[in-house]
Every structure is written in structure tokens, then in C-alpha cells.
Design a protein around this ligand. Structure first.
Ligand code: DLL
Length: 434
């Protein structure tokens, strides 16, 4: 294959050839090696030997997280275990996790996909990448680690946690790239400020490669202001690889899919119909050359759209928009669809409130009640009851205008919402308890 620099700027027609070549092999490998796919292709009448164009893939059935779970741990492997070098698992809260396995080839292209983010940021051999995603079964830590190595940078594997030590290392080791969740980056910045360290002045950061959870544009701007660096969004999921499925370039206008390794479709989640570029829907991914854990038409449940048009950065890989959230996260409040990130976007237009919030769902008289708990900034006088009430009412009114639904706002004291070193828990659903 062409070297990486060329891959990023290949004419799109050539990328499509690479995708077709790879996917033809993928569907056959799935059919011949994974009993689940044999059954599901046969049931759907999809002949894996008959693919002549990428459009033919539309005839293949979807695969869901439940299918992967049902066949865990090894039922979805397309190669013998002797070829598997590493295994990761998703943080299944309900018991059975999904399993992602990697051959040597899979590990290499994963590293390369993450490294694209570091290169987009203009970084490489002369940079120091501090990886504060958690290491372990979660794909964030090792994905960023391999990516850092592949980019030629020096990697410091701090993993998540021990925030004061992170801050010392960020200052003393001259870290130029930080890789962690956006909420942990904010926590690091706030903790540094509370310690009397000004990260904008005392750190040496050029870029942050932040992902694993949705964050608003306002959240990004606040991070960039506090840490004096550029934030690039990175997307991925255990079921298809981990971080690096798509990553932003310096234009910060959508995430470039790694189209030489993934084929993306956007579908209407209700009907399963493929939607044209530009329309919002559920992202469906097919791996092009994943050997150990290939997926054909995996329903990610993530909501995005393909951004039409070319990116001025010169990379020819199509872009997905920043993620609004998951179909599972979408709140349906009195019939209106609302994503937590939309609530966050409104909240962040108020200087008096910080980035820490939680959305609590309760049920009263058979109706869902949504309460936004948001922390005020430390310089806000929390004892000034009338000022608090006024601000609550203002936020409520702005939410109502922006989202057309009533959301109760409850301002809380600084540091009262639990901080997270990984993915922040933004929505607390207490509806079953009522
Ligand atoms: O979160 C992989 C990852 C690690 C991505 C580090 C980026 C950085 P999972 O734990 O399997 O894998 O969770 C995957 O997280 O389906 C999305 O709902 C969400 N997610 C991942 N990246 C983003 C992002 C990792 N950039 C699930 N924006 C996905 C919004 C994201 N949501």
C-alpha cells in the first residue's frame, strides 16, 4: 500500500477501490469463519461472493452490539486465537462485555489511525505525548500509546488519575500533546488553577487529542483558553477498533474518517434506510481490513452525518460531523428529542456557570422531569439567594427558547458534582426509582 502521507491525499475514487477490495475479502472471511455471519447473511439472502460495488453492501444485514455480546468471548473471531496479539473489551455496565481482538496487522493500522491525529496537529518526532486515557481493557490508553509511538513522538504513559502528578509531569517534562477525555482535560486544568499553576503559561501544550465522549464547541473553546492549545476531537469504539476511526484536523470542522480502514454509512435509525450525505442519522461502520474482529454494517448507535464537500486541509478522507450523542443518550422530553450536548451548549453561554453539570431524570405523575444541575463558578457568591434564583430562571428561559422544552435548572456549589478521570457521567436516570 502507498505510504501514509499518500493515503491521506489519495483521490477518493482510489480510496473507494481500496474499500471495495478490502470489504469483498471481509464479507467472505466473515461468512466462512464466523457462524453468526453465515447465518445472518443466509437469512437475509446476502451472497458475500457477489459484491461488485460498494452499493452492494446495502443488501447485507446489520450487526448490533447485542449480536456481539451474544457471541462473546470468541464467537466473532475471524482468525485462530494463535494469530491474536491483543484483546480489549468495552466497559459493559450490564455484565457481558463486547470483545475486540487484534492481529499484528490490526494493531499496526490502529496505531497509524491514532497517529493521524497527532500528525494533523503538526506533531511528531520532536513532541512528547502524555497519555492520560486509562490503560487496560479500555482502548483509550493503549490506542493513544501505540499512536504516539507510530507518530515518532516520545510517549509518557501516565494513564488516568493522580491528577496532581499529571500536572507536575505536564509542567516538568515539557509535554506538548495530551491525550485524554475532554472532561478529564478540564479537570486537570481546573485542578492546576486551584493549585496556583496557570496551565496556559506553565504547560507547554500544542494540542490535545480528546475523545471517547461528546463535548460541545463551547466546552472546547474553554479548554483551549485554559490550556492554551488546540483541541482535536477523536472518535472510535471498541467494537470496530478504538480511538482513531475518525479524527479532526486543524480546521476543526468535522472528523476525517480513516476511510482506508472503515466504510461509513448513515442510516435512519428507525427504518434502517441509508441517508444521503449531509443528513443526520446513525453511523454504521464496516471494517475494510480488520483481520481478527471484522464487522459488517455495525450499528454504532452514534448520531452524526457525513459532511459534504472537501476539507481545505487537503485530506481526501470524508468527514463526519462532531457527535451529538448516542441514540441511547437521546432524551425524549415530552416528545421532543434532546441530546445532553445541546443542553450543555446553552449552559455554556453563561459565564457564571462552570463546565460541570449533570442531567437528572425523574418521573412525577407519569411525566418525565428533567433537572439540569450545574455548578456555579468559584467566584460566584453562592449565598446570594436572589442572584442564584435569577440566574436559574435565565438559564431555564434560554433552554426553553433553544430546545422548546421545559428543563428545571438547579445551580449547585463548586466541586459538588463528582469529577471523572475517564468518561464523565452526565445523565443520571432515576425514573425507575419513582
Ligand atoms: O471510547 C474509544 C475511544 C477512546 C475514543 C479514546 C476516543 C478516544 P468505547 O469505550 O467502546 O470506546 O466507547 C465508544 O464512545 O460509540 C461513542 O458513543 C462514544 N465516543 C467515542 N468517541 C467519541 C467522540 C471509546 N469523539 C463510544 N465524541 C462511541 C462523542 C464519542 N462520543
Amino acid at each position: 500500500m502507498a505510504d501514509d502521507k499518500d493515503v491521506m491525499t489519495l483521490p477518493h475514487e482510489r480510496l473507494e477501490e481500496i474499500q471495495l477490495e478490502g470489504i469483498k475479502k471481509t464479507v467472505v472471511s466473515c461468512y466462512e469463519n464466523i457462524p453468526f455471519y453465515k447465518r445472518s447473511f443466509d437469512e437475509a439472502g446476502f451472497d458475500p461472493y457477489s459484491m461488485t460495488s460498494l452499493d452492494d453492501l446495502e443488501r447485507a444485514p446489520f450487526v448490533t452490539k447485542q449480536d456481539l455480546r451474544d457471541n462473546a468471548p470468541y464467537g466473532m473471531l475471524a482468525v485462530p486465537l494463535s494469530k491474536v496479539r491483543e484483546i480489549h473489551m468495552s466497559s459493559g455496565t450490564t455484565g457481558v462485555a463486547t470483545v475486540g481482538a487484534y492481529t499484528q496487522h490490526d494493531l499496526e493500522f490502529w496505531a497509524d489511525c491514532f497517529a493521524r491525529g497527532i500528525r494533523f496537529a503538526g506533531c511528531g518526532a520532536n513532541d512528547v505525548v502524555q497519555v492520560c486515557y486509562g490503560y487496560g481493557l479500555f482502548t483509550g490508553g493503549l490506542g493513544a500509546h501505540y499512536g504516539g509511538l507510530a507518530s515518532g513522538a516520545t510517549v509518557i504513559p501516565t494513564s488516568a488519575g493522580n491528577t496532581e502528578r499529571q500536572i507536575r509531569i505536564l509542567r516538568e517534562m515539557g509535554t506538548t500533546v495530551i491525550a485524554c477525555t475532554p472532561s478529564y482535560a478540564m479537570h486537570i486544568a481546573d485542578t492546576a488553577l486551584a493549585m496556583g499553576v496557570d496551565p496556559a503559561r506553565d504547560f507547554h501544550l500544542k494540542a490535545g487529542i480528546h475523545g471517547a465522549e461528546a463535548f460541545s464547541d463551547n466546552f472546547r473553546r474553554e479548554l483551549e483558553r485554559k490550556l492554551n492549545y488546540k483541541v482535536l476531537d477523536i472518535y472510535g469504539l471498541t467494537e470496530t477498533m478504538g480511538p482513531g476511526v475518525a479524527v479532526e484536523c486543524m480546521e476543526q470542522d468535522g472528523l476525517h474518517l480513516a476511510e482506508d480502514h472503515f466504510y461509513a454509512e448513515i442510516i435512519d435509525p428507525a427504518t434502517g434506510k441509508v441517508l444521503p450525505d449531509g443528513e443526520w442519522g446513525e453511523l454504521v461502520l464496516t471494517t475494510v481490513d480488520r483481520e481478527a474482529s471484522p464487522v459488517v454494517r455495525y450499528r454504532t448507535r452514534d448520531i452524526t452525518r457525513i459532511l459534504p464537500g472537501e476539507c481545505p486541509c487537503g485530506c481526501t478522507h470524508r468527514r463526519i460531523d462532531r457527535l451529538h450523542g448516542r441514540t441511547d443518550d437521546m432524551l425524549i422530553i415530552r416528545g421532543v428529542n434532546v441530546f445532553p450536548s445541546q443542553i450543555e451548549d446553552v449552559m455554556k453561554t453563561f459565564d457564571e456557570v462552570s463546565s460541570w453539570y449533570q442531567i437528572e431524570l425523574t418521573r412525577r405523575n407519569h411525566l418525565d422531569v428533567v433537572t439540569l444541575k450545574a455548578e456555579v463558578n468559584p467566584d460566584f457568591d453562592f449565598d446570594a439567594i436572589s442572584a442564584i434564583e435569577r440566574l436559574q430562571n435565565q438559564i431555564q428561559a434560554r433552554l426553553k427558547t433553544a430546545l422548546s422544552v421545559g428543563i428545571k435548572v438547579k445551580l449547585v456549589e463548586p466541586q459538588s458534582i463528582p469529577r471523572s478521570e475517564g468518561k464523565a457521567k452526565r445523565v443520571i436516570d432515576k425514573r425507575e426509582e419513582k
